[in-house]
Write a protein that binds this ligand. Structure first.
Ligand code: PMP
Length: 302
């Protein structure tokens, strides 16, 4: 039996149920996070990755949606560790905290409702391929923007946009979508940030280009700079993707995922790029607590 944190307690899964009338279910106003914990076979240890950073983003998101919950960030970190222990997990997992307006009332608004948080875990290996490289298409759907549904929020409703673009990619025989913003610039994947490599330099769209402020994106910028690469945050045009030497997606779920084809054009020689692989290797060691310099990114769950 799996355990879930629900209404202030860790309870068996069959007791963690919400009513069909729950307000956020109707209006897409739930805020969620996607966190990972990794199992390291060598040390027989679970490592929680960026727990604090994810809960900090959750609280920023809650502020925008006028949500307040009883638990603090530090308490949520402890609750998450407790949940992993209680579920007796020794595997790579995904952790899904979700904050929602729990009132059984109709009306899409952000005031006058009570918010609650639930947290559950599930096993998750590679969300998208990390070895052979994936095929992407540029989506015909436009990325939402700050005055619509703010992309910096991990709010349920914004994933309708992601679902449209991801579905379009799947139906076109590709693995992922790259979504352009209202100005026609590259923003991100359906649930990943994007980097391109040109002439040995990494380029990624700035936060103002309608992206989620990705936690992995920040980690990749740090790793790349530490490896001596220049990282530039600037607009990327669609055709710049076609001529890039390398492309990769990154995210908690996606980790570091090489893109080897965009709109039927091979990227580089059509196999995962050298710099992508170099960054991948550092990332995968860092998330399992194996790199001293990045030890503060992870917490042991003993
Ligand atoms: N963009 C979107 C739209 C996402 O859903 C995600 C996954 N959370 C990301 C980027 C990557 O963000 P992070 O590295 O914080 O997981």
């Amino acid at each position: 039996m799996e355990y879930i944190y629900f209404e202030g307690k860790i309870v068996p899964e069959d007791q963690a149920k919400i009513s069909i009338k729950t307000n956020s279910f109707h209006y897409g106003t739930a805020i969620f996070e996607g966190i990972r914990a990794y199992y390291d076979k060598d040390t027989d240890r679970m490592w929680g990755l960026f727990f604090k950073e994810h809960y900090e983003r959750l609280f920023q998101n809650m502020k925008v949606l006028n949500m307040e919950i009883e638990e603090s960030i530090d308490q949520l970190v402890e609750i998450t560790k407790e949940l992993i222990r209680k579920n007796n997990i020794k595997d790579d997992i995904y952790i899904r905290p979700i904050v929602y307006f729990s009132d059984l009332k109709i009306s899409p608004k952000l005031v006058g409702y009570k918010s609650r948080i639930a947290i559950y875990t599930y096993p998750l290996g590679d969300y998208i391929d990390i070895n052979k490289g994936i095929k992407a298409i540029v989506s015909s759907w436009t990325r939402i923007n700050d005055n619509m549904i703010p992309p910096r929020l991990k709010v349920a409703g914004s994933y309708v946009n992601s679902a449209f673009s991801k579905t379009e990619a799947i139906l076109a025989g590709a693995d992922e979508a790259i979504v352009l913003n209202k100005n026609g610039y590259v923003s991100e994947g359906s649930a990943e940030n994007i980097f391109i490599v040109r002439d040995g330099k990494l380029i990624t769209p700035p936060v103002s280009d309608d992206i989620l402020e990705g936690i992995t994106r920040n980690a990749i910028i740090t790793i790349a700079k530490d490896l001596g690469y220049q990282v530039i945050e600037r607009h990327i045009s669609r055709t710049e993707l076609y001529i890039a030497d390398e492309i990769f997606f990154c995210g908690t779920g996606a980790q570091v995922s090489p893109v080897v084809e965009v709109d039927h054009r091979k990227i580089g020689d059509g196999s995962p790029g050298k710099i992508t692989k170099e960054i991948q290797e550092v990332y995968f060691n860092a998330v399992r607590g194996k790199i001293e310099k990045y030890r503060h990114w992870v917490i042991p769950i003993d």
